[in-house]
Every structure is written in C-alpha cells, then in structure tokens.
Design a binder for this molecule. Structure first.
Ligand code: FAD
Length: 472
C-alpha cells in the first residue's frame, strides 16, 4: 500500500525548497492541508491575514494545475489533523517548523499526540534558531558578531522542486477566506510572482542596492518581504543565487566593486531575519516586554489618543513621518528607512509606548513578521540588545532632507504639498506666507503644523531616559 503523507502548510506556500513537501513527495501520496485559524473573525483581519489568504489561493491554484487538491479546513489544528488522519487513512504528517512562540507550542502537542509518525523540518530561515551562539554557548547580542558567524557558515542549498508529485485528489474545496482588492492592486501573491520579482531585482537592482536602499523615493529594494513572510520564496534560494552572482562578478574582468558591496549588504539585510528569530526563540517574552529589563520602568507618557491617531493617519506636521504612515495605510508597506523614522517619532517625540506602534504595524503591514516587527520596534525604542541607543534621536526633518533630497517620496504620499519648493517640503510650516500661498497650502487647513516641537520633544525624551536610569 502506498503511504499517504499529510503536508500541513502554514506559511510555506511554495514548491521549491519546501522540505516537508519535498520529502513527502519522495515518500508517498501527498495530501496538502491548510487549516484556517478559528479565532480570525473577518472584523479583525490584518493586512497580513488578507495577503496570507491570497497566498493560500495562489498555492491552491498551483496544486490544482498539477491535478491535486488542497484541503482547506477551519478550526483547531490538532483536532482537524486528527480528523483528516482518519478521513484519508494517512500514514504520516510532515510540516515545516514555525518559530512563533504560540504556534510552536501547538506544534509540539501535535508532534507528541498524533497517532501517526510526525516529521518536522526547518525551512524558513538561513540557519536554525539556537545554532549561532558564542563561545559561552549564549546567543549573540550584537548583530555584527552574529553576522560574522553566519557569513562564515555553509548555508544549506535550497531543495529543488519535486520532479513529480503524486497529489491526493478529491472534490474541490469551497472556502470563504477573505482577500482585499485594494491589496491585490499592490501585491501579487504566489511563488511565481515572488520568483519573478526576485530575479528582476537580482538582474536589475542589486548593483545599486548599497547606494540607494535608504532612499524611499527610489525603487531600490527587493519588496520581497511579504513573500518571505508567507514562505512563497526562501532565504536560502535568495542567499545562494546572490552568492552565485558574487562569484560571477569576481570572475569577470572589470569587476564591479559597487556590485560586490551591494550583494554583501543585501545578504547582511537578509541575515537580520535570522537574527530576529534567534532572539525571539531564545527570549519569547520580547513580543510584549523589553529585551533589556531596565526599560520596564521607562516613564512613557500617559496614552494620548489624539496624538496617536494623528501619527496613525499621517497628520503630525512632519512630512516624512506623514508620508510613511500614509504609504502604510494605502499599500500595507513602508520603506525601511521610513519605518525607522516613523517608529522613532512615536516612541521618542511622542513618548508613546512602543507596543502601540508594534500593534499598529502588525495590523497594517502586509509583510508583518512577528520576529522582524518585534526586533524593529525594540531596536528603534532602544529596548533591545544592539539597538540604536535611546539617546540617539532621529530628527525627522534632517532624515527627510538626507533621504528624500528631491522630495519624490513626500510629494507622492502628500499630494497637498506637491507644489511647495523642495526646500520647504521638509518643514512646510516654516515657509513664508507667500510661498505657502503660491503652493496653495494653508497650514492648519491643508496640512497641519507640527504636533510637537522637535527640540522640546528631544529634551523631554532625554530627560525621561535619565529618570529611568536614575530609577526615579
Ligand atoms: P530588502 O531591503 O530588499 O531586504 C530583503 C529582505 O531582508 C527583506 O524582505 C526582509 O525579509 C529582510 N530584511 C531587510 N531588512 C531587515 C531588517 N531591518 N530586519 C529584519 N529583516 C530585514 N520586516 C518584515 O519583514 N516584517 C515586519 O513586520 C517588519 N517590521 C518592522 C518594523 C520596524 C519598526 C522596522 C524598523 C523594521 C521592520 N521590518 C520588518 C524590517 C524592514 O523594514 C523590512 O523587512 C523591509 O523594509 C522590507 O522591504 P524589502 O523586502 O524591500 O527589503
């Protein structure tokens, strides 16, 4: 009798470099299963939930094109998997690890309790969490040391797409998973779309990555984050193809130093994901508590709903912050440099707890990733290891002048300012009445005055930091 292997898919919607699927295809008939979480009510769906559903549909179609059926069920994973085992008389369950602390607890129960053999595989990172440690056996606190170690490791080669999969066939499954037409305008889900985007970046944009990756007005980053978050492409594939490019460059005459530097920087950015997961697995409490416990007593201001709403809607009077928040609301994405500036503004200029910002990003980011978002917020807030120190406070105006020198990004997301001369774009309220009139901008009417003055906010934040340090 042929083995029937259930492959439980969560955020690994791909044929290439998918260990659970690869091994199942070798071992028998593949029964692909997706289980929709019972708690997700339509009302609470985040952008990343909506994109996740798009990814499910795209993979359902891939399987259908190959003559198989993706079983889509709703409910408690342990119960559903037990039911499916009976229903199809399965011989084994294979799935790829999740490093989300809650999910990994459920996974462990399934691993221990299911009455058929269960195999788990590492698939979503370059390295397994817990494997990059210092001489004392502890995780690295500083990214540079983590990176040095990771860079020297032989990263596993991606697995090939199985040649032929003997898919399980049944009646097509009806589903009521919701997607968003607005998000679909910006993001095309699926392994094919992810691979196309990746190859385009590799051939056309990688050379300039180092030089332009911090400029939100320039299309210079890969935009692979939603695909990586849903496992439509793996970092191992990206890593090896980047390295192959590096080798080709170094073999060519007239080798481009710029290209080489860019490829190294890109690999390094990719390694931040691993760093984030190493920390999350080692310190799962960081999802809602500061990694550095001294920050437990940080004197955040009492929650100011009005200021928080102004931040969320992009009406703070700081144009780079506002442009970023509007980009996020419209597309579910925000450029990395602008994520840092908007997050810093919330935490330091408004002295608002980073958990507020983390939750808002979780709801709106199409690429939401529990480890990356947590690390990003703790980094900006200064509460994580190897973070930007609290006393280094971004000046949102200077950041805008430096990273959006032609005002392309600000004009795109704040069309009400588009006629302002570039030098006034960064601080519209500082422009003379005449200039504002010529650009048809009335401060307070078309665009707000700053909700907080920079020097005042900076000093207030530094004072709060000193109070925490003194233990007041
Ligand atoms: P590229 O520059 O093309 O980088 C390639 C890939 O490397 C990215 O897709 C991502 O997977 C990884 N990467 C790059 N930079 C980082 C980084 N700083 N930390 C971790 N991984 C990185 N990234 C998410 O994927 N999900 C999040 O929820 C998330 N939340 C963030 C919150 C804050 C406050 C900050 C400051 C950063 C956050 N990031 C998050 C990291 C980063 O902003 C995004 O990964 C990046 O902007 C995605 O765009 P890209 O794919 O074009 O990146």
């Amino acid at each position: 009798m042929t083995n029937k292997i259930i492959v439980w898919l969560r955020r690994d919607f791909r044929l290439m470099d998918n260990p659970a699927l690869y091994h199942a295809a070798q071992d028998g008939i593949v029964i692909p299963v997706y289980i929709h979480k019972p708690s997700s009510s339509t009302h609470n769906l985040t952008n990343s939930d909506l994109y996740h559903h798009q990814a499910v549909f795209a993979f359902q179609q891939t399987i259908k094109n190959q003559g198989g059926t993706l079983l889509i069920r709703k409910g408690n994973p342990e119960m559903i998997l037990t039911e499916i085992v009976k229903e199809v008389d399965a011989s084994a369950l294979y799935f790829n690890y999740s490093y989300d602390p809650k999910e990994s607890m459920t996974d462990q129960k399934i691993y221990e309790n299911l009455r058929i053999p269960v195999q788990r595989f590492h698939s979503s990172l370059l390295t397994e969490p817990g494997t990059i440690i210092n001489k004392q056996g502890n995780p690295y606190k500083v990214f540079t040391s983590f990176w040095k170690n990771l860079r020297a490791l032989p990263i596993k080669k991606p697995l090939l797409q199985p040649k032929a999969i003997n898919w399980y066939k049944s009646e097509p499954e009806e589903t009521d998973l919701e997607t968003s037409s607005k998000l679909r305008n910006y993001w095309k889900a699926g392994e094919t779309a992810a691979l196309e985007k990746w190859r385009y970046f590799l051939q056309n944009q990688l050379t300039d990555y180092q030089e332009y990756r911090n400029f939100p007005g320039i299309d210079a980053t890969s935009l692979l984050s939603p695909h990586l978050a849903q496992g439509e492409i793996t970092p191992r594939l990206i890593w090896h193809e980047t390295k192959e490019t590096l080798e080709l460059i170094s073999m060519e005459k007239g080798l481009s130093h710029r290209h080489e530097e860019s490829a190294e920087t890109f690999l390094k950015q990719l390694a931040w994901r691993d760093f984030a997961y190493h920390q999350l697995v080692e310190f799962p409490h960081i999802i809602d508590q500061p990694l550095q416990s001294s920050y437990l007593t940080f004197p955040w201001l009492k929650k100011d709903e009005v200021a928080l709403e102004k931040w969320k809607y992009g009406i703070t009077g700081y144009s780079l912050v506002d442009a970023g928040m509007r980009e996020l609301k419209e597309t579910g994405y925000m450029h990395n440099r602008v994520r840092m500036v908007t997050a810093s503004f919330l935490v330091k200029h408004l002295l608002t707890h980073w958990l507020e910002g983390q939750a808002y990003f979780e709801k709106h980011l199409v690429d939401h990733d529990i480890a990356n978002n947590t690390l990003g917020w703790q980094w900006v807030a200064g509460t994580g290891f190897d973070s930007s120190p609290f006393f280094r406070i971004f000046n949102p105006v200077k950041q805008a002048e430096k990273f959006d020198p032609d005002g392309i990004y600000i004009r795109k997301w704040l069309p009400e300012l588009s006629d302002l001369p570039t030098k006034y774009l960064y601080q519209p309220s500082e422009a003379s009445k005449e200039i504002l009139k010529q650009a048809s901008v009335e401060i307070g009417q078309d665009y707000p005055a700053p909700i907080v003055e920079h020097t005042f906010a900076r000093e207030r934040a530094l004072e709060a930091f000193q109070r925490m340090k003194k233990g007041d």
